[in-house]
Design a protein. Structure first.
Length: 326
């Protein structure tokens, strides 16, 4: 029989463990554990508050830094939850914009029925990705048409009424990951046209003649970043400190937006995501996003005493003068 390395602990026992490790825990903390759970709240957000050695490694056994409190961990959890909510709206808006762009420009060049299921209508340099994407599109149609009779959807309606599904209908049933791959395997001409559309929108809405244009590489970088963070947001993962490898096109994005004083990090985080969204979101949506982010930061900057709020900003890749860029 296997030893039970993680035996069950009651709420009160869990709070006792936290107190023994040096965390200040008020008596009403039990209610938060009941609603959120120890693993999600404590294991998810404790690292910022744990003591470290001179090399920056977490001390074992774990010990909380002096003065750290349960309420601070709870505040970081709530901050991250609200951050996800703000990002979710912006990411969904871009997802809708990208889907509309792909559907229009692809169908413009290939207006034939089911043209998105023809392998020769895509970039021939990555056949395996083309085949995989076409298979995903076909499976989506099959799944939506095989639902029970009383379950109606647009795909089923078009198949039954017209014998095919236009791309502008199908894209509404694709995940962002599938849209991302669709753009990547589009012929270069279509990729460039979509990038040009974003360039024109950017110049028109900001009434500014940007010196450089949005490129397919920029769109691919933004899509990769959006896909990475959208998955985190959708699955309630820790988001504020999420990072991914920096793409070379971040320097081109910096140049496009004339952000000369922006120091590009070796990894991309929330700050880079927000900056990139300026390129592909309508101005009103980006303005709402940036205002909501700034308001959120200002609301929570006074809620931490044992740790510096600048440390949280650093985890998000935010510079101290972030409002100058947003």
């Amino acid at each position: 029989m296997l030893d039970n390395k993680k035996p069950f602990k009651t709420w009160n026992q869990q709070l006792t463990i936290l107190r023994k490790r040096g965390l200040e825990v008020p008596s009403n903390s039990k209610r938060s554990l009941e609603k959120i759970g120890y693993y999600t709240l404590i294991n998810g957000y404790k690292n910022l508050f744990l003591a470290r050695d001179s090399s920056g490694n977490i001390i074992k056994p774990e010990k909380f830094i002096d003065g750290s409190t349960f309420d601070e961990i709870l505040a970081l959890y709530e901050f991250d939850k609200k951050l996800r909510s703000i990002l979710y709206d912006a990411l969904l808006e871009y997802e809708s914009n990208l889907a509309a762009e792909i559907a229009y420009r692809f169908s413009e060049k290939f207006p034939q029925e089911n043209s998105y299921l023809a392998i020769y209508n895509f970039d021939s340099t990555d056949v395996s990705s083309v085949v995989r994407t076409i298979s995903a599109l076909s499976n989506t149609i099959k799944q939506k048409t095989s639902v029970k009779k009383y379950q109606q959807n647009a795909i089923k309606h078009y198949v039954n009424s017209h014998g095919h599904v236009p791309l502008w209908v199908l894209v509404n049933f694709l995940t962002f990951g599938e849209l991302n791959y669709f753009y990547r395997i589009c012929q270069k001409e279509i990729q460039v046209q979509i990038a040009n559309d974003f360039t024109q929108n950017l110049r028109r809405e900001y009434r500014k003649q940007y010196m450089t244009s949005v490129t397919p590489d920029m769109i691919n970088t933004i899509n990769h970043m959006v896909n990475h963070f959208r998955n985190a947001v959708a699955h309630n993962e820790i988001t504020y400190s999420k990072q991914l490898s920096k793409a070379p096109t971040m320097r081109l994005i910096k140049k496009l937006l004339s952000l000369d004083s922006w120091r590009i990090s070796s990894q991309s985080g929330i700050f880079e995501l927000i900056i990139c969204l300026k390129i592909v979101l309508p101005k009103k949506d980006y303005t709402t996003l940036s205002k909501n982010i700034i308001d959120l930061l200002k609301k929570y900057e006074s809620k931490f005493r044992s740790v510096s709020f600048e440390g949280i900003l650093q985890d998000m890749n935010f510079p101290s003068n972030y409002s100058d860029f947003l």
